[in-house]
Design a protein around this ligand. Structure first.
Ligand SMILES: Nc1ncnc2c1ncn2[C@@H]1O[C@H](COP(=O)(O)OP(=O)(O)OP(=O)(O)O)[C@@H](O)[C@H]1O
Ligand SMILES: [Mg+2]
Length: 441
């Protein structure tokens, strides 16, 4: 290829990748030639960093071959992902194009994995597999010898995303719960009202990233036998995509898959929409468009977009009411700080009418209030604070499965984590790995 074309192509490719990285809340750290490094959890570590890295990886597998290449076969990518604590800094003697870089064994491992990956595949280390195994399907490639690593490295190939009911289902290990008795009691009291009086309730769980909002819902759900559990995940990448979390739930509930024939998807959709008083002839064309299903059964509605939006909100609320009449529902809406405006309307209507249905709505947010404040609200507020020193100590012990950490390391973990459970867990595990590798050597 002509060098000028090649340079335009590389620029186009890196631009598109950069946008995708940002959409998944990652940080594009450095570029060398056509390779780049993306960091998740920098500058702020979050509970789902590894999961977002994998979501990005799948997005790149889809996006890169679509980049236009004049007179040549489509581009293909290889991706390597490794997880752990890294040192990130500005690289003073940096070659052109390189600024902030992650250094140490984890980025090296990711790069090694990338170099042995087949085109259009994603390889990960054990740690990434452990924290995302329920969210994605993997093939075990077993322990491998990698250049620059003295020990064998267990390698996994990520195959495709699972459709998830609960974010904690993705964990292969869960640290034993500390504290949060008061908050759990509050939620279970609301649930009792739902069960005994058929009177729905809604609560907003607020707190900074990693403080334990999702974990609290997981624990509450474990203590609510025989409920229908529906969970919605808002996402930074889709905060402007109309009804994104509710449409994802609808598809999951109806068993609709991207590879289904349009006719099958339409039948499933029709069945779902029939639970509303809005005629299917009106709602189906609206939802078919929202879900990108082509259909000719019903003509496109002759309505303004505001009318269409009102209909879609009403139909979703009616459908959820129908589900709660079959069996009482726990509905969790995670990371509401990223909700799109139409989904906010659904939420507002659901909360406004919640008293009449056997449903407990739990919403998590990193902010102090909902994105669209409610005029008159039945919403309880539960704010999660940082852990006390004693509880953080307990969590350190739980995170390293009761094994002991040298006193100096323990104090440093506690000081750095400042009572945020995510950091306590992560730093304790990292410190434990460092202390065992030192004692081995
Ligand atoms: N009380 C607790 N005891 C033990 N582990 C906890 C506790 N609270 C949280 N954790 C652990 O800390 C990590 C982060 O918790 P979680 O994902 O619930 O945070 P979050 O507030 O939902 O964060 P985000 O805003 O990023 O969604 C998880 O691994 C979770 O299991
Ligand atoms: Mg969460």
């Amino acid at each position: 290829m002509d060098p000028e074309d090649f340079s335009t192509l590389t620029r186009d490719y890196l631009n598109q990748c950069n946008i995708a990285v940002r959409n998944h809340n990652g940080f594009a750290a450095s570029y060398i030639g056509d390779a780049f490094q993306a960091l998740f959890g920098y500058p702020i570590a979050e509970e789902d960093d590894a999961e977002r890295a994998l979501q990005l990886a799948f997005e790149l597998l889809r996006l890169v071959p679509e980049i236009e290449v004049p007179d040549a076969p489509p581009l293909r990518v290889r991706i390597g992902i490794a997880s752990g604590v890294v040192v990130v800094g500005d690289y003073l003697a940096a070659p052109a194009g390189v600024s902030t870089v992650a250094m140490g064994s984890i980025p090296n491992l990711a790069q090694r994995l990338q170099s042995i990956a087949e085109p259009q595949t994603i390889l990960t280390d054990q740690r990434t597999y452990d924290s995302t195994a329920g969210a994605f399907e993997f093939t075990d490639l077993g322990p491998q010898t990698l250049k620059g690593f003295s020990n064998l490295v267990h390698v996994w190939r990520a195959e495709k995303p699972h459709i998830l009911e609960n974010r904690f289902a993705k964990r292969t290990q869960l640290t034993e719960l500390v504290d949060r008795r008061t908050e759990l009691t509050q939620i279970l009291k609301l649930w009792r009202e739902v069960v005994t009086e058929n009177h729905g309730q809604a609560a907003l769980i607020c707190g900074e990233p990693g403080i334990g909002k999702s974990r609290l819902i997981f624990e509450a759900h474990q203590r609510m036998p025989r409920c229908t559990y529906l969970t919605l995940q808002c996402s930074t990448a889709y905060s402007n995509s109309a009804l994104f979390p509710f449409l994802t739930l609808l598809k999951r509930y109806a068993g609709m898959h991207a590879e289904d024939l349009a006719d099958i998807s339409l039948e499933r959709l029709e069945a779902l929409l029939s639970f509303s008083n809005i005629p299917v002839s009106q709602s189906l064309p609206i939802f078919a468009k929202l879900l990108s299903i082509s259909q000719t059964r019903y003509p496109s509605p002759n309505m303004t977009s505001a009318q269409q939006r009102m209909i879609s909100v009403r139909v979703i609320v009616d459908w959820l009411h129908h589900v709660s009449r079959i069996n009482r529902v726990l509905l969790s809406i995670e990371d509401e700080q990223w909700i799109d405006p139409s989904s906010s309307d659904v939420l507002e209507a659901l909360i406004g009418e919640v008293g009449s249905f056997p449903m407990l709505i739990l919403i998590t947010t990193r902010e102090k209030r909902l994105r669209k404040p409610l005029k008159r609200s039945e919403l309880r507020k539960i704010t999660l604070e940082r852990l006390s020193d004693d509880d953080a100590q307990l969590l350190v012990g739980n995170a390293v499965s009761g094994k002991t950490l040298p006193q100096g390391m323990r104090s440093s973990v506690l000081a750095k984590a400042e009572g945020v459970p995510l950091y306590v867990e992560e730093l304790a595990r990292a410190a434990f790995e460092t202390s065992t590798s030192h004692s081995r050597s």
